[in-house]
Design a protein around this ligand. Structure first.
Ligand code: C5P
Length: 222
């Protein structure tokens, strides 16, 4: 029997990465951020000047691409064809491109195959949009982390730093909403809670409260 898989899904800016890193440290699991993989392929598509709506061209690109995740204490380092692109993939152009390329069924299938290989031994906290529904529908623990868009945007704004944020808070909230809408409305693997997921809404909770609830959920199942 494999070690447990902890699936964490939810919209952008809900705090999934923070939760995943915390649980991974607490329980000694590897922490894998699947969003970083979509971001890495999106970066390559930008550099190769590929149209984000051209699924065949994106697949041709994917077939020549190696994406690696290296779990750290906080988050993942991301490698694209052996090059560390951890910082670059967080830029807004890559964020938007990742959201656009992730609607394509064949792109998703390619990612899901890789993610299943990465997680098949278990002992992982995997974070994304479709982990509990598609990647590991038999995950031992599934958490769907949600929060009101204004709260998610506000937190993201503080995280980026109001002084260095290129965009005011409202623009960040608008961008999060657009990405969520695309994730929720795509035909392939739309963002939604798995029927057997525990939903945590962090709108009215402090970070400590969210983390201790998540920990309690994991303890029940592990
Ligand atoms: O989680 P993160 O914000 O890094 O993900 C970037 C984008 O990649 C998301 O907006 C989403 O469209 C896509 N994504 C996805 N499925 C996942 C992880 C990310 O579609 N499992």
């Amino acid at each position: 029997r494999r070690r447990p898989v902890i699936a964490i899904d939810g919209p952008a800016g809900a705090g999934k990465s923070t939760m995943a890193a915390h649980l991974a440290r607490r329980f000694g699991f590897l922490n894998l951020e699947t969003g970083a993989m979509y971001r890495a392929l999106a970066l390559k598509a930008i550099d190769a000047d590929i149209d984000f709506t051209d699924e065949s061209a994106l697949m041709e690109l994917a077939e020549q691409t190696r994406i690696g995740l290296e779990p750290q204490r906080e988050g993942n380092r991301v490698f694209l064809d052996g090059v560390d692109v951890s910082r670059r993939v967080r830029d807004t152009d890559v964020t938007s491109a990742a959201s656009r390329i992730s609607v394509h069924p064949r792109v998703r299938a390619w990612m899901v195959d890789l993610q299943r290989v990465m997680g098949k031994q278990g002992g992982v906290v995997m974070e994304g949009r479709d982990i509990g529904t598609v990647v590991f529908p038999d995950a031992e623990v599934k958490i769907f982390l949600d929060a009101a868009p204004e709260v998610r945007g506000g937190r993201r704004y503080l995280q980026v730093g109001p002084s260095v944020a290129a965009k005011p808070e409202e623009a960040i909230i608008k961008e999060l909403k657009e990405r969520d809408e695309r994730d929720r409305n795509r035909a392939e693997s739309p963002l939604r809670a798995a029927p057997d997921a525990v939903t945590l809404d962090s709108t009215e909770l402090t970070l400590d409260e969210v983390l201790s609830r998540a920990e309690a959920i994991v303890r029940e199942h592990v």
